[in-house]
Each structure stands twice: as C-alpha cells, then as structure tokens.
Design a protein around this ligand. Structure first.
Ligand code: FAD
Length: 425
C-alpha cells in the first residue's frame, strides 16, 4: 500500500529534473562519507566537494526524499523555541552568536541560489499571526528581542492592518518580517544536489545505510556495498530511524501534513494573501501557509506524535484550511502529502560527534529549512579544521526521549497537552 506521506506532492509535480543517481555496489573509499541527501547532507557535501574533498553521499531513497523535499518551504528566523532557550543554555553572549549563525543560514540560501542559479521561487516576507488577542504583547516582546539582536526589519500589524493583507478574520494581529520568506523546497534541494555533483561529489541513491562503524576510519555499510572514509557526516534526521542506535533517542519524528489547492488565479490568490508572504500562526501546533508560483494555496499543519498516518490526508487537512479561509470551500485539493519533522526535547537542534571524525546534526524542530544547510556547512568546516561554531552549538544539552514501549504513549500525551495549551492560550 502507498503510504500517504509518500503520495505525489505538489513539489514532485513541479520538480526540476535531476538525473537518477546509481545505487552503491561494491566497496569504496572517500575523504568524507555523508549519510542522507537532504539540506544537511548536501550542504556539507557541496562545501567539501568545492574544497577539493572526495565526497560520497549515500541516500536511502532519492535525493530530497526526506523533510527537505516535503516541507512548507518557510524560511524562518532564529531557532524554534526562541532566543531565551539559547540564553538559558549558553549565556547571553553565546546565544547572540547562535542568532548570528541562524541569520547567516538565511544568507547562505540566498548566496547558493544566486551562485548555482537554483530556480526555486524564492520570495521574502513572513507574517507571524496570533490566534488570540491576548497574544499581542507576545508580538511586541518578540519584536523588541529581535531589535536588540540587530534584526530590525519587522513591523507589528493590528487586526485591522492584517485584515487588509489576509483574506481571513480569524487572527488578531501579526509580526511581519522582511528577512524571512519562502521557496520551493524540493527544487532548492535538487539545486544543491546539482551543485554538489558539479563540484565532484558522488551521490548514490537507493543505498540505505544499514550500519556504521565509527572506530578509526568510519565505514558505512549498505546492502550491496560500503564506504570507508576519513570522516563521516550523519544527516538522516527523522528518517534515520534506528540505524545509529546512539542517535535514536535524541530526536522524535513528528508527522506534519500539507495540502495544495487547485490554481486560484492571481486575483483570488491575492485576495487571500495580498503580498504573497509566508504565514504561520504562533501556536505550538502550527498552521503554516503560503501561495505557490502558480497561485495555489499551500496549507500545512497538524502534527501527529505517532508515526501512524491519517488515512485520507486531504479530508484531514481541509477543515483546518477552511477554518482560516472559508472562501476556499469550493476550491479543489489537488495534492496532499506529509512527512516527518525531527524534534528534540527542548526544540533546539542537536549536533555533535560520535567519534573525533564522525559528525551528526539533526532535530531542527520544524525550523530546518534555513538551519539545516548551515549545520551542514559547519560540519564541513569542522572537517576542514575550523570547529569553533559547531563546538558552540554542540554545547547545547539535550534530554533523550525515552525508548521502548513508553516512547509513543508519552508523545501522544505530550501532543494532547500542547493541543490543550493552544486551545486555552
Ligand atoms: C511536512 C513538513 C513541513 C515542514 N515545514 C518546514 C518549514 O516550513 N520551515 C522549516 O524551517 N522547516 C520545516 N520542516 C523541517 C525541515 O524540512 C527539516 O528540518 C529539514 O529539511 C531537515 O533537513 P535534513 O537534511 O536534516 O533532513 P531530511 O531532509 O529529512 O533528509 C534526510 C535524508 O536522509 C536519508 N536517510 C535517512 N536514513 C538513511 C540511511 N540509513 N541511509 C541513507 N540515507 C538515509 C533520508 O531518506 C532523507 O533523504 C518541515 C518538515 C516537514 C516534514
């Protein structure tokens, strides 16, 4: 049976072609073996291949199969749980350095799109909308926090301002930022893969890593071959499963689902989001939406803290979209798909080393579109001898999720708690 999260997405229907890559057969050596062809792995591979390293990427399915080819395409500022969480962990001045890393992450996307001529519909502008009037102070606090960090391209919008921009009355105001936005996530990912291949990296698709050895020269084993390298980058994120037991409990896969309407035409699309920004509400269980280049409403949200998928995604998501945009009741849903976000316990990304030359990064907790590429770059920099910023981020402490039979029930309970918290405000 086709899993609903494997259903053809709008992104696949509009993907730029990337030639199929071979699967790994036989034993190879490389300077660096990268596991996973999403933003994290491809970013590391690109950086290293451009610096002259012999890089082999092993991908279990196809390039962009994971979250990087399925996400909402929203390019966000900072880290998922906000700056205060970083400050608690690292102190104020190192937390500021982390914010700068996250700012650089957005710049990296812009540079790569320009340098590698990646056609991926990049558009700037982001609205953080509040579902309750009592959350207005939160927006002011947020704006002040960002201004103190030197990020000033922000504006508070009242309910009235917002209603002139969005075709809905359900929100009570917004924080608008000019330095965040959206793009076609799969085409960006495929563009990174093109660039990495052009720089000399090899990508093997349909080559799932079944086990790794981390002693000495790390080695990755696939069903029909192996790669022994001087360094390894593990970038399997939520899709890695139990392949690397030491990483399994550090993240939890959370299902998130998206629908894309039929093309609405310019006028109708603009009546919903006048200036074409990305939009997300401030709930823990986020609704996120935006328009596509061909004027579809792309609406994502819900979260399932179990890996059981809803049987009919379109029917599952449609009421959520109509709650925000009742005027779409006659619009056909052309695509529905989903994927797994990797969250950590504190919702800050988790990175580190399993051995002196074996690096990993994952758990961007719903905010990896920009951050993942940057973590990939920072792992590449470590391999090239500059580990300062990676070491800073590795100092963030993480509680593991429990394993065994209590893992899922605990997360289902957490999910219910957050739903209740969003509802009660
Ligand atoms: C539905 C959805 C919506 C999202 N929306 C947003 C958003 O709007 N904004 C935002 O910032 N973030 C969003 N995210 C999160 C964001 O997409 C991720 O943080 C980011 O793509 C992570 O990139 P990655 O390269 O680390 O992981 P992935 O893109 O998941 O890539 C991991 C790759 O590793 C491969 N792999 C796994 N195990 C193995 C193995 N054993 N051997 C070989 N290969 C393996 C997988 O097949 C996969 O291709 C969303 C995620 C989802 C699922």
């Amino acid at each position: 049976m086709t899993r609903s999260t494997d259903a053809p997405s709008y992104y696949h229907a509009t993907a730029q072609p990337l030639p199929a890559q071979p699967s790994l057969k036989g034993d190879r050596t490389a300077d660096v073996c990268v596991i996973g062809a999403g933003y994290t792995g491809l970013s590391a591979a690109l950086e290293l291949a451009e610096a002259g390293y012999k890089v082999v990427v092993l991908e279990a399915r196809t390039t962009g199969y994971g979250a990087s080819g399925r996400n909402g395409g929203q390019i966000c500022t900072g880290f998922s749980p906000g700056q205060h969480k970083l400050e608690t962990q690292l102190g104020k001045s190192d937390a500021v350095k982390c914010f700068r890393i996250a700012e650089e992450a957005k710049g990296l996307i812009v540079d790569r799109i320009a340098r590698h001529r990646i056609d991926c519909d990049l558009k700037w502008g982001y609205l953080h909308v509040i579902p309750k009037s009592t959350q207005f102070d939160h927006l002011k606090h947020w704006k002040a926090e960002w201004e103190a960090l030197g990020y000033t391209d922000t504006q508070i919008l009242t309910k009235q301002d917002l209603e002139a921009r969005l075709g809905t009355a359900v929100y009570h105001g917004a924080l608008r930022e000019g330095g965040a936005g959206h793009f076609h996530p799969l085409n960006y990912c495929l563009g990174l893969a093109h660039a990495a291949l052009s720089a000399g990296a090899q990508i093997y698709e349909n080559s799932p890593v079944t086990a790794i050895e981390t002693e000495g020269e790390p080695t990755a084993h696939t069903p029909q071959g192996s790669v022994r390298a001087k360094a390894m980058v593990i970038a399997g994120n939520a899709y890695l499963g139990r392949t690397v037991p030491r990483l399994y409990g550090r993240i939890m896969p959370v299902g998130s689902y998206i629908v894309a309407s039929e093309p609405l035409g310019d006028n109708r699309a603009m009546s919903l989001i006048r200036d074409g920004e990305a939009v997300a509400n401030t709930n823990f269980i986020v609704d996120y939406f935006r328009l596509t280049r061909d004027t579809r409403m792309l609406f994502g949200g819900r979260a399932s803290y179990s890996t059981l998928e809803p049987p009919n995604l379109a029917a599952y998501m449609r009421p959520r979209m109509l709650n925000v945009f009742p005027s779409l009741s006659d619009a056909r849903i052309d695509f529905a798909w989903g994927g797994y976000i990797a969250i950590t316990y504190n919702r800050l990304p988790d990175c580190g080393r399993l051995a002196p030359n074996v690096y990993y990064a994952h758990g961007y907790s719903g905010q990896g579109v920009a951050l993942a590429g940057m973590y990939g770059k920072l792992m590449a920099l470590c391999i090239r001898g500059d580990s300062e910023r990676f070491d800073l981020l590795s100092r963030i402490r993480h509680l593991p999720f429990p394993g065994g039979p209590v893992r899922m029930p605990m997360l289902v309970a957490a999910m219910l708690y957050y739903r209740l918290r969003d509802a009660l405000g």
